[in-house]
Design a protein around this ligand. Structure first.
Ligand SMILES: *Cc1c(COP(=O)(O)O)cnc(C)c1O
Length: 402
């Protein structure tokens, strides 16, 4: 007997984890648009518009601003392998899982790694970076994560960028989680290499990694003595496809680019500032609700990432059982803790399309039910009431953008 396979029919989830977030129907429709060839003159226009829209969300005029054909981690890898050659010195700020991942890639590049050790749940202070920079000879790069998705911390970028310039190093920033959810301002901050992902605040399915290189970074790549270690991620070749030459390198993932262009068009229509305020607004309502449920937040006060809230799991409450109940009974996905926070924290995302009042209220209501059944005493409706009280007295326009 041959096996039958059912038609694909996954449950309609509310995605409030660390990504992917929910996707707008317009993006799904764009992705179902019939293909053209990846060198079709009509596709070239679509590529140009995608690059234009990407420059807008990054806050840059950089010519080399493109989507890498793979997820955010490929953006990280592309950023580092193009800049680093064996023997180079690289300073990496580590305050969570994604800083660790950068360190791993730096070592795979054969570069000499200088780690700035940060505490999980806190930002890295410029003095910590300077202390490490002083031990280097000729640092090629200073790398840091903007919104660290394992800790829910939003790292200030300006001061550390100034230090990178002072030491004549390139400044490399991971904005996978922050892009389109918090200001990046690549040019104003002086970031040289900045990569992102599509499935977090851009609300596009996973599969592309927007990346941008300053002219300074492009020069460093052009002056390499050795070939880029990765063939697939070699910007010297990829930029010939996205640039004026349009030379084949690998077949562009046409449907993903359709989807990204539509997601970026939605961001453009909403406006970046309104979008940043919206993320701050609903994050504040969620925080008020969690507090009323007796759930404390883990990230350093004043530096909480609006798109991702780290909530401490109350004493005696079992992580896995609650998350699977949220999923099965409420169709609600939240994230588990990563690394040292595994089993201790939940990661609640309010990203892009998922970042709305209904998500906040559903999440607080569902969590309350689960917590009460787990023996955690909560006044009925306390979480939702606190969030509603916040909404009643605050308008999104009153929120700061950063
Ligand atoms: C999600 C994430 C990544 C990795 O992106 P993938 O799409 O999972 O490969 C890298 N850095 C940060 C900060 C992230 O949140």
């Amino acid at each position: 007997m041959t096996k039958d396979y059912d038609e694909l029919n996954p449950s309609p989830r509310l995605l409030m984890g660390p990504g992917p977030s929910n996707v707008h129907p317009r993006v799904y429709r764009a992705m179902a648009t019939p293909l053209v060839g990846h060198l079709d003159p009509e596709f070239l226009v679509i590529m140009d518009e995608t690059m234009e829209l990407l420059r807008e969300v990054f806050g840059t005029q950089n010519r080399l601003t493109i989507p890498v054909s793979a997820t955010g981690s490929a953006g990280m890898e592309a950023a580092l392998v193009n800049i680093l050659e064996p023997g180079d010195q690289a300073v990496v700020c580590v305050k969570g899982v994604f800083g660790e991942r950068m360190s791993d890639i730096v070592q795979r590049c054969g570069a000499e790694l200088f780690r700035v050790e940060g505490e999980w749940g806190r930002i890295i202070e410029p003095e910590q970076v300077e202390a490490v920079l002083k031990r280097t000879r000729k640092p090629k790069v200073v790398a840091i994560v903007h919104a660290e998705t394992s800790t829910g911390v939003l790292q200030p970028l300006e001061e550390i960028g100034r230090l990178a310039r002072e030491y004549e190093a390139l400044y490399l920033v991971d904005t996978v989680t922050s892009i389109a959810g918090a200001p990046i301002n690549v040019d104003a901050v002086g970031i040289d290499v900045c990569y992102a992902g599509t499935q977090k605040c851009l609300s596009c399915p996973p599969g592309l990694a927007p990346i941008t290189f300053s002219d300074r970074a492009v020069q460093v790549i052009q002056n390499r003595k050795t070939k880029v270690q990765s063939w697939y991620l070699d910007m010297t070749m990829i930029s010939r496809y996205w640039g004026s030459e349009r030379v084949y390198h690998h077949t562009a993932p046409v449907s993903m680019i359709y989807g990204l262009r539509e997601a970026l068009r939605i961001v453009h229509e909403e406006g970046l500032e309104a979008r940043f305020r919206r993320h701050r607004y609903h994050a504040a309502a969620l925080a008020a609700g969690l507090e009323a449920l007796g759930v404390s937040l883990a990230a350093q006060e004043g530096y909480r990432a609006p798109m991702l809230t780290l909530a401490r799991i109350p004493e005696g409450v079992e992580d896995r059982a609650i998350r699977s109940r949220l999923l099965n009974e409420f169709q609600l996905e939240i994230g588990s803790g990563l690394g040292v926070f595994a089993g201790k924290m939940w990661r609640i995302g309010l990203m892009g399309e998922s970042c709305r009042r209904s998500s906040v209220l559903i999440c607080l209501d569902a969590l309350e039910a689960c917590l009460r059944d787990a023996g955690h005493a909560v006044a009925p409706g306390a979480g939702v009431a606190a969030a509603e009280a916040f909404y009643a007295k605050t308008r999104p326009e009153e929120m700061p953008i950063a």
